[in-house]
Design a protein around this ligand. Structure first.
Ligand code: FES
Length: 57
């Protein structure tokens, strides 16, 4: 599923980024080689980060 439409970042790509240490939306963008554009995905990215971090523990 694509989470960030502007940059075509999928939930899988976000999970991978978070697993390798990106724990804020801006780090996730960076790790995907992208920049925030419309910003409407930020909330979803945050949720995704929380989900990954809570399931990892
Ligand atoms: S959907 Fe991610 S910046 Fe627009």
């Amino acid at each position: 599923m694509i989470i960030c439409v502007c940059n075509s970042i999928s939930d899988k790509a976000i999970t991978t980024a978070v697993t390798s240490g990106a724990n804020t939306p801006s780090l996730v963008y960076k790790s995907c080689g992208a920049k925030p554009q419309c910003g409407s995905c930020t909330e979803y990215i945050k949720q995704e980060i929380n989900q990954v971090l809570t399931t990892e523990k």
